[in-house]
Design a protein around this ligand. Structure first.
Ligand SMILES: Nc1ncnc2c1ncn2[C@@H]1O[C@H](COP(=O)(O)OP(=O)(O)OP(=O)(O)O)[C@@H](O)[C@H]1O
Length: 296
């Protein structure tokens, strides 16, 4: 694995707010990373630090082996798509796409044209007149067609309808397969993107809580469904993460379950269901919140 970018003890404080608090992580080449967390967790700030748009309070960011801030040779290989992207007042989408090759040496104009058709984006309409979803699709198209070796998507879907979001996920996955690159995707729609993600970071109150392959994270918990008495017996010695009862039936989520235990659960008549990434993230950040509340 080649590390493309790295946060080393990275912190960004705004007054008393620790937006990013001593975060160390690595972005590996040719991977799709998910950056997940609640509102205000510090995701955007972390991406701004890694793309040189903010200076750290402490620690450092290293991208392609150098400090990203004011470093043209690094930033030429980085594309950062954010929901609140601003464009010059008189710009229309066609101006954005015409100027893109100046910033991105791998820009694929044919791919951009195909995406404009698929997203039904009016090329000649002033940017100021675009709907929220159309504005988001401008960013998504730039992010995809730039084929930057390191691409950040910071909640790029605001206003995009379900069809357009699916189109984004499909094109991202297909183009990534043909042109592998390093991608960081920050989103609240965790279940929608969960199949895209290969590595997951969960951040909460500026701290990095999870740095794990998506597969490991998914297999870290299992939901068991069955008769309450059978469930109770099976989970007696286990850590129960979540429990719901329904008449004589119960559904419990337990941490980790080996192959042999899975077989014995099935033999006991229990049904096994995978836990969604979204459920796990909700649980992880919920637990962190409780720990935070009891810490003096
Ligand atoms: N320029 C700033 N001045 C003061 N506080 C800031 C500034 N930028 C961010 N913050 C604060 O830092 C924290 C992290 O913000 P950030 O935008 O990184 O969160 P986020 O995880 O991207 O949130 P969301 O999912 O809601 O977009 C928040 O508490 C936010 O209010």
């Amino acid at each position: 694995m080649t590390t493309i970018a790295e946060a080393i003890g990275l912190s960004k404080h705004y007054g008393s707010v620790r937006a990013v608090d001593d975060v160390s992580l690595r972005l590996e080449e040719g991977r799709i990373h998910g950056l997940l967390g609640r509102n205000g967790a510090g995701k955007s700030t972390l991406m701004q630090l890694l793309t040189g748009q903010e200076f750290p309070t402490a620690g450092r960011a290293e991208v392609f082996g150098a400090t990203p801030a004011e470093n043209a040779s690094v930033l030429r290989n980085v594309c950062f798509i954010k929901e609140s992207q601003r464009y010059p007042d008189d710009f229309r989408p066609k101006h954005v796409f015409r100027s893109a090759p100046w910033f991105f040496e791998h820009w694929d104009a044919d791919f951009a044209e195909q995406l404009v058709d698929e997203f039904r984006l009016p090329l000649n309409r002033p940017i100021k007149k675009l709907s929220r979803g159309q504005l988001s699709s401008v960013g998504v198209i730039v992010g995809l067609a730039s084929r930057a070796p390191l691409t950040f998507f910071d909640e790029p879907y605001l206003g995009l309808d379900a069809v357009a979001r699916q189109l984004f996920y499909d094109r991202l996955l297909a183009d990534y397969a043909d042109h592998p690159r390093t991608i960081v995707l920050s989103t609240h729609l965790i279940d929608e993107v969960s199949n895209l993600l290969e590595h997951v970071f969960v951040i909460d109150q500026g701290r990095l809580l999870v740095d794990e392959s998506a597969e490991t994270l998914r297999s870290s918990a299992t939901t068991l469904v069955g008769r309450t008495s059978v469930i109770d017996e099976f989970v007696a010695q286990r850590e129960v993460l979540h429990r719901e009862g329904l008449g004589g039936l119960a559904s419990v989520t337990v941490a980790g379950l080996g192959e042999a235990e899975r077989r014995s659960a099935t033999a006991a008549g229990l049904e096994l269901a995978p836990v969604s990434l979204q459920q796990l993230v909700v649980r992880i950040t919920g637990t962190a919140q409780k720990e935070f509340e009891v810490t003096p």
